[in-house]
Design a protein. Structure first.
Lengths: 461, 434
């Protein structure tokens, strides 16, 4: 059997459909999917609220499905073979069918299990997912891909309480595998800065970029190794021929890296680009303060290269200047003042900055974002994060999209072929959906023996 | 006899679906069958009004320009241009912008500035149907063109003749109508016409403000003067008339046709829109010589196919299809633009055109709406299906042999029969002709 899902209770008793559900499966239902060559079979174990009504209901469906009663259970299969595959008499008639295979969280309304090994057999082998990912894909998704490649069972449960939480757990972990050495030892979690105010998204990634670049062959495909080598052949020259960018820059930074996407500051209408990007700021702990000098030298050189390229395109140079904020200092680049023609371009509001402060390196798209994140680094409040974490704030994202709505509507018209009204309707729906979600959080925790992905949506109240 | 004498429909020579389709393909990017049938019912005057309504009555083409350039991507700008062509709010304006893009052929491969390219196309939209001298003056101040033809390094100390040469040879006069001395003098007049911060900038300190003599006119001339002098020459009228005749009527226009159109151009105060209205309403335009005398460009084929079906599609996908067929807007192959006509066709191009329509109709790309089956709903008999496809794609004007082949396809079609028959119609030689 490839997958099973268990539904704990019938819906409320209001309305005809709900009443029917209660009669047929008022005590819960378990759905199974079986792969038989190219054909799929399904099974359904129901605990009817009213067995007689359920039997009559199925009777009306004629011979389309196979079925039999087992005590309080009504077992249904897409055909006789599917029905035969179902175990008889569940061990615990008071509990739910096939419960022993599942971990039940308090109040889980839906539980399921997927036979990963069977799925892999259908796909034709092990290790396919991780091997198929490119370098960035492996860096980001290796724990999940490895778990799907090596786990036997994937367990799911949906808990609807103050939030809607979907927890998916595979009985395999990347820890102990070669790629696991990119992760920190143990899964106790780490403290990361907590940025106050309108934060659209936060992504915390607990991986060692230094190890990946130092031993690319351990982690990447031959094509990925070539890409890393190509990058390093240039990057290693940034700080002179006798230094290693891998050891002296990346090796002096620690984990985890956290990316903050912050609400943009709205410029006056006349200076506002039709497409207004949010502010971005990435923050990494510094392990060795000597990295600051290396970063400054590298940036000076990159500034020269960028300005040479701009000059070739006959663009005014970026103005590079030392930047000093309340909580840190660094190097910032300013674009020349926009004089037209037309609306300001996307980059008109950017002031990219690389700064150090309070034991962190911050790379930000604007000095304002750098200041906010450096302030968070200075503050005593920290957020405890286990594994990788992505958190999105619905209303803040909706606000950010609203500032660029016309440009996004046109982009959808061009990309999807919709008319203006259709494209505008799409964003109106997206806006309503986003505003209904206070935040959405995706956490990936590779523990010693299992990998857990939790998706949690908290509704706006 | 005046080739530009107005075409007057009669019982023997009516304004029918065939002529209406011809007008809408040449003066726009085609139209759906219901639209064509409506215009046939309303008559020639209504059809001419449809392709060239007064500009004040249609929305400005650049209403969404700022949004189109917001992403800083040339692909988005291309898709925006395709979207405008699909919208068809002012068919002749869109068609003329396409013409002027080939005429003042400028490529982003060198300009490397999607904003400048978009603004150049917006200038064609704004001025393309007006007076040519005004358009030429604007173009000689256009940042994309100045950069493309190296005028942003044209200084009094080191004059660069590139722009001056193309103004005479490709934009305004044609070969044989100017001298090398005129080019050198015009290049001096254009010194200091530079670009700064993405805008035209008259760098006075780099401009040669001495006396020059261009095409017999003497004085302290600058770029505006060069444009005015060149556009006022009688040779310019004949040069442009030949270009328009090649583009709108026939790839090899006759001398008397060129003279007649040049005369109309002078007579209408060198107003492009007014001149072309005369041309589009003429017997010459609707003559047998003009009908299906040109080969569809990839833009005509791709955008025209969607317009003929009367549907919507993804502009970005259409841009990609056009590029596959050899036409990448905003990236012409050279300063001479696209050579067109027979250069568009090859065995490979034919297959690619066929594949594009097959994918479009099958929903594999372009997200065409409505789908073929919906379009030909109600046509079930093979002869009805074949007739409908002939009407949709070829105005019902097919040879007996082509009609018979279409009928055979309709009889043999299985599955999505509407898509199969429409696809077959677009593979006919007649469909490749404009």
């Amino acid at each position: 059997m490839v997958g099973r899902a268990w539904w704990r209770r019938g819906p409320s008793s209001t309305g005809t459909s709900a009443n029917s559900c209660a009669r047929v499966a008022g005590g819960g239902a378990a759905l199974g999917l079986l792969a038989d060559g190219a054909r799929w079979r399904w099974t359904l174990a129901l605990r009817p609220g009213e067995p007689a009504a359920a039997a009559a209901w199925l009777e009306r469906r004629g011979g389309a499905v196979a079925r039999r009663f087992e005590g309080p259970w009504l077992l249904v299969g897409s055909d006789a073979a599917a029905l035969r595959s179902m175990p008889t008499a569940p061990a615990d008639s008071e509990g739910s069918w096939w419960q022993p295979a599942l971990v039940e969280a308090e109040g889980a309304v839906l539980r399921g299990a997927v036979d990963l090994a069977a799925l892999r057999r259908l796909r034709g082998g092990d290790g396919a997912l991780l091997a198929g990912l490119d370098g960035p894909g492996r860096f980001l998704l290796a724990p999940i891909a490895h778990a799907l490649d090596h786990g036997k069972l994937l367990r799911l449960q949906l808990v609807a309480a103050s939030s809607l939480r979907l927890q998916v757990q595979a009985d395999a972990s990347i820890r102990g595998a070669a790629y696991g050495s990119l992760l920190p030892a143990g899964d106790a979690g780490r403290e990361v800065p907590r940025v106050a105010g309108d934060v659209l998204a936060t992504l915390t990634l607990d991986r060692s970029l230094h190890r990946l670049l130092a031993q690319p062959a351990t982690y990447l495909s031959p094509a990925g190794v070539t890409q890393v080598d190509s990058f390093l052949s240039i990057a290693d020259g940034f700080d002179g021929p006798n230094s290693s960018i891998v050891d002296e820059l990346f090796g002096r930074l620690a984990e985890p890296a956290t990316l903050f996407v912050l609400a943009p500051q709205l410029p006056p209408a006349a200076e506002r680009p039709p497409l207004l990007l949010p502010d971005f700021a990435a923050c990494v702990p510094v392990a060795d303060a000597r990295v600051e000098a290396v970063v400054r030298r590298v940036l000076d050189l990159i500034g020269i290269v960028v300005n040479a390229e701009r000059a070739q395109r006959r663009q005014a140079p970026l103005l590079l200047r030392r930047w000093r904020g309340e909580h840190g200092s660094g190097l910032a680049a300013e674009l020349p003042e926009w004089r037209g023609p037309g609306a300001p371009p996307l980059e008109a509001v950017l002031s990219p900055v690389v700064a150090f402060g309070h034991g962190h390196l911050v790379v930000a798209s604007t000095t304002r974002a750098a200041e906010r994140v450096l302030a968070a680094c200075a503050a005593p409040e920290r957020e405890h994060v286990r594994g990788d974490l992505l958190r999105l704030s619905g209303a803040a994202i909706a606000d950010a999209l609203a500032t660029s709505r016309d440009a996004l509507v046109l982009a959808r018209m061009l990309d999807e072929g919709e008319d203006q009204a259709g494209a505008a309707r799409f964003f109106a729906i997206a806006d309503a959906v986003l505003r209904s979600v206070q935040h959405l959080q995706v956490a990936v925790v590779p523990a010693a023996r299992e990998t857990t992905v939790t998706v949690e949506a908290v509704r706006q109240r | 006899m005046n080739p530009l004498a107005p075409y007057e429909p009669s019982a023997r020579d009516p304004f029918d679906l065939r002529k209406c389709g011809h007008l809408l393909r040449r003066a726009g990017f085609g139209a759906s069958l219901p639209e064509r049938q409506r215009l046939v019912r309303e008559g020639l005057a209504a059809a001419l009004q449809h392709v060239a309504p007064p500009l004040a009555e249609v929305p400005a083409a650049d209403a969404l320009l700022n949004e189109a350039i917001a992403f800083g991507s040339i692909e988005r700008v291309r898709a925006f241009r395709v979207w405008l062509a699909l919208q068809n709010t002012h068919p002749l304006r869109e068609r003329l912008s396409y013409f002027w893009h080939g005429h003042f052929a400028t490529s982003n491969s060198k300009v490397q500035d999607p904003r400048a390219m978009a603004l150049m196309m917006a200038t064609f939209d704004r001025l393309g149907t007006g007076r040519f001298d005004e358009l030429l003056t604007a173009m000689l101040r256009d940042p994309a063109l100045l950069r493309w033809l190296d005028n942003d390094v044209n200084t009094s100390k080191q004059p660069n003749e590139n722009l001056a040469r193309e103004v005479f040879e490709l934009f305004a006069l044609g070969r044989g109508n100017y001298s090398e001395r005129d080019i050198k003098e015009a290049a001096r007049a254009l010194t200091g016409w530079h670009v700064r911060d993405g805008q035209f900038f008259r760098a006075g300190y780099l401009h040669d403000d001495g006396d020059k003599e261009v095409l017999g006119v003497r004085g302290k001339l600058d770029g505006d003067d060069v444009a005015a002098i060149a556009a006022a020459r009688p040779e310019s009228a004949r040069f442009l008339a030949e270009r328009w005749l090649r583009f709108f009527v026939h790839p090899q226009p006759e001398r008397d046709e060129i003279d007649a159109l040049a005369g109309a151009y002078e007579q209408h105060g060198r107003d492009v829109g007014a001149t072309l209205r005369v041309l589009l309403g003429s017997r010459l335009f609707f003559s047998a010589r003009a009908y299906r005398s040109k080969i569809k460009s990839p833009a005509d084929f791709v955008i025209g196919s969607v317009r003929l079906i009367g549907g919507r599609a993804q502009p970005t996908a259409l841009v990609a299809a056009m590029a596959t067929l050899g036409e990448t807007w905003l990236e012409p192959p050279s300063v001479e633009g696209w050579h067109g006509e027979l250069a568009w066709l090859s065995p490979a191009a034919w297959l690619l055109r066929s594949n594009f329509v097959a994918d479009l109709l099958a929903g594999r790309r372009g997200k065409l709406a409505p789908r073929a089956a919906e379009l030909l709903r109600g046509y079930t008999r093979p002869d009805h299906l074949a007739r409908a496809a002939s009407l949709f794609c070829c105005d019902g004007d097919l040879s007996a042999d082509a009609s018979e082949r279409l009928l055979e396809v309709a009889r043999a079609a299985q599955g999505d029969r509407a898509a199969t028959v429409l696809h077959a119609a677009t593979c006919l030689p007649e469909y490749q002709l404009l």
